[in-house]
Every structure is written in structure tokens, then in C-alpha cells.
Ligand binder design. Structure first.
Ligand SMILES: [Fe+2]
Ligand SMILES: [Fe+2]
Length: 251
């Protein structure tokens, strides 16, 4: 049998527990609010930081335009071809954006190549060609050591955009999937754009001629140089390459 005294003690205990629970609940709500604000602040900081990296890359890209005898239009087109291929390969949207923003820096290492070699109109001696090849390593060194995924992607592209799928490229002679996907994409984009452009040693080719060289080879460029999957994308989507080339000519 429960006494009146015992009943009062139980009621007091219940009310104390209920007050404590109420207090804990309020604290929990406040904690969740603080946490949400902290996360929002951090997200804002991350967005600002990413924006700053994109801004830095854009400015470096402009510096490349000044140094390189290739035009700014070539540099911008590389970003667009890369975006197209990355999208056709089904890469996540943030990767498509990242790679297309990083691709224009592929030749940043030309900053470190002497003018006498970089601006030479005629054919290179072996020694000069070796100096020219170094633009890949120089570029990678300039971009190395950043915590930014964008600059890291740019480093990877700078280092590997002259590697070939069959292992005959430079600077490391990597082959197949040893070459990062980003480098394999930019390599095809760079070859297509170079074929369409005037060079001291060649006239600009029309789209059909450039396609024929990439898909069937001409002795100098061979289909084996390219990742077969990326070559398939080029085979089916080549008209967009032409579209990009014509729309950004001279921009
Ligand atoms: Fe290059
Ligand atoms: Fe290039």
C-alpha cells in the first residue's frame, strides 16, 4: 500500500525529472541551432575559398596567354573540349567543372622555357626539343603542393597532357591507365586543336581532315596514342569539337 507521503515524493521526483528533461531538450535544440550555423559558416568559407582558387587559376591562365605563342582562344577552347568529353564520359558535374577549369593551365610550364626555343619558328634540334618537353615538368612543379583540388587537377594535367596511351609520349612514357584520365582527355583535345590551328610547320586543317588524322592516323599522329574510350567519344561527338573551335576562334 502506497502512503500519502510516498505518493508526494514520487510526484516531486517526476516533476524534477520532467524539468531536467525539458532543460536537456532546450539545450539540445540550441546545440542543433549552433551546429547548423557553424556548418553554414564553414560552407560559406569553403565557397569563398573555391571561388578564390578559380580566380587564381583564371589569372594564371591569362599569364599563360601572354607567354605562349598559342592564342588565348586555344587555351579557352581546351577548357570547353575537356568539359564536353568529361560530360560524355559521365563524370560527376563537379569533376566536369573542375577539369575544364584546370585544362587551360596545361602549358603553364612554358613560362620556364627560354624564348629562343619557345618562339622558334623552324624545327627543333634534339636538345631544343628536350627543353620544350620540360614544360610538362616545370608546369607540374609550379602547381604542386596545393591543398586545392583545382590546382591539383591542373598539376596532373600539366604533367601528363603529352603522354600517349601506347606509351610513346613524354615526360614519363606512361601508358594506358597509368596516365590520369584528365591527362588523357586534355591530350586528345590539345591534338585536335593543334591540327585545326596554324603552326610554323603546318597549315590549319579543316575539321574533316583533323578527324581523319585522329581516327585513322597520318604517320605522325596515330589512333593508338589515344585512350580508346575517349576516341569513341570523339568519334560520336566530333561535330561539337568543330562547333567549339568555330565559336571560340579569335576570342
Ligand atoms: Fe603542352
Ligand atoms: Fe596546348
Amino acid at each position: 500500500m502506497i502512503s500519502a507521503q510516498g505518493h508526494t515524493a514520487d510526484t516531486q521526483e517526476e516533476s524534477r525529472v520532467s524539468k531536467e528533461l525539458e532543460l536537456a531538450y532546450k539545450e539540445l535544440i540550441q546545440y542543433a541551432r549552433d551546429l547548423r550555423e557553424t556548418v553554414q559558416r564553414e560552407q560559406q568559407k569553403t565557397r569563398e575559398l573555391e571561388g578564390a582558387y578559380f580566380d587564381t587559376v583564371m589569372r594564371l591562365t591569362r599569364a599563360c596567354e601572354l607567354r605562349d605563342n598559342e592564342t588565348g582562344a586555344h587555351i579557352n577552347r581546351l577548357g570547353e573540349y575537356t568539359f564536353l568529353v568529361a560530360r560524355c564520359l559521365g563524370m560527376p558535374v563537379d569533376q566536369q567543372k573542375l577539369l575544364s577549369a584546370a585544362a587551360p593551365l596545361h602549358d603553364i610550364g612554358k613560362i620556364g622555357v627560354p624564348d629562343s626555343v619557345l618562339l622558334k619558328a623552324g624545327g627543333y634540334t634534339t636538345e631544343e626539343f628536350n627543353m620544350m618537353k620540360q614544360h610538362t615538368v616545370i608546369g607540374a612543379n609550379i602547381l604542386a603542393g596545393s591543398v586545392s583540388p583545382l590546382l591539383e587537377a591542373a598539376r596532373e594535367i600539366a604533367l601528363t597532357h603529352h603522354e600517349r596511351f601506347d606509351g610513346t609520349g613524354y615526360p614519363q612514357g606512361l601508358s594506358g591507365e597509368q596516365i590520369p584520365l584528365s591527362g588523357r582527355i586534355v591530350m586528345l583535345a590539345d591534338v585536335y586543336d593543334a591540327l585545326r590551328s596554324q603552326r610554323p610547320y603546318k597549315p590549319p586543317y579543316e575539321h574533316d581532315a583533323a578527324c581523319n588524322i585522329i581516327l585513322n592516323g597520318d604517320g605522325r599522329t596515330l589512333p593508338e596514342h589515344f585512350d580508346p574510350t575517349i576516341l569513341d567519344v570523339f568519334r560520336s561527338e566530333h561535330k561539337w569539337f568543330d562547333e567549339i573551335f568555330r565559336n571560340t576562334r579569335g576570342k
